[in-house]
Design a protein around this ligand. Structure first.
Ligand code: F6R
Length: 242
């Protein structure tokens, strides 16, 4: 793993955006993997700025998001589809048909996950995947004890993730109990991975991911086996590293 530690979170966001911009410049037809959550928002702002300034274009690129809540329509205020439109896609020139987020309101989620995995394969696989990390070490919605080889699938969210995500809803009761997520196998198939983490509350998960054994108790620890992972941390998230 290539681990880069920055003084503050702004630098983490900028470094992340630079890696995605470089990918687009190197290959304008890149297949990009995106994540939601608070951590990538600053990087998306930077990418929108670079797009505004004419430095990068997403016109020939396509994207696949990691996950979506089961039961939420694309335009639901808390859907990850809406999050991505608001934070990135409304501000850049990626054609709508190239944007993929699992469809949370699919009549049959079990069919949706198969279609999603096939669509990734048909696009030729993901060139560069962005990941955040949960306080329990999850990546995507792959919670502790998830299979390391799973493809896109339906998951039950753990109480810790429901609680962590309740901040976006009026109450924890409103957080959906299931999600569609790329599996760890899908994520590990990406050619390159960038994981971003900031803040003290991620320090323990980052320590387990990097210094701990490869263990389903920390799903992100499997990234030790991927041969092209860049981890971008601020000082707080890196504070427990040995
Ligand atoms: C979101 C996702 C999640 C988040 C993780 C961290 O698409 O895949 O694994 O990356 O929960 O979220 P934040 O950045 O809000 O701390």
């Amino acid at each position: 793993m290539n681990i880069q530690i920055f003084e503050n979170e702004k630098q983490v966001h900028e470094a992340c955006a630079i890696l995605f911009a470089a990918q687009l410049i190197e290959n304008p037809e890149s297949v990009l993997g995106f994540a939601t959550g608070s951590t990538p928002v600053g990087a998306y702002d930077e990418l929108a700025r670079m797009h505004d300034e004419g430095i990068i274009s997403f016109f020939h690129a396509s994207s696949f998001n990691l996950d979506e809540y089961v039961g939420l329509e694309q335009d639901h205020e808390q859907s990850y589809h809406r999050f991505m439109m608001k934070n990135l896609f409304d501000h850049v020139d990626m054609p709508e048909e190239n944007i993929h987020v699992p469809y949370g309101a699919a009549l049959d989620p079990e069919v949706e996950v198969l279609l999603y995995e096939n669509a990734i394969a048909e696009a030729g696989g993901i060139d560069l995947q962005l990941l955040g990390i949960g306080v329990n070490g999850h990546i995507g919605f792959n919670e502790p004890s998830s299979s390391f080889s799973a493809e896109t699938h339906v998951v039950d969210l753990t109480p810790s993730t429901i609680e962590a995500n309740a901040r976006f809803f009026d109450s924890a009761d409103e957080v959906p109990r299931q999600a569609l997520t790329m599996g760890i196998g899908t994520i590990m198939n990406a050619l390159k991975i960038v994981l971003v983490a900031t803040g003290e509350n991620k320090a323990q998960a980052i320590r387990e991911m990097i210094d701990g054994p490869i263990n389903p108790a920390c799903p992100a620890s499997i990234l030790q086996l991927h041969d092209n992972v860049t981890v971008l941390l601020d000082l707080a998230a890196a504070s427990l590293l040995q």
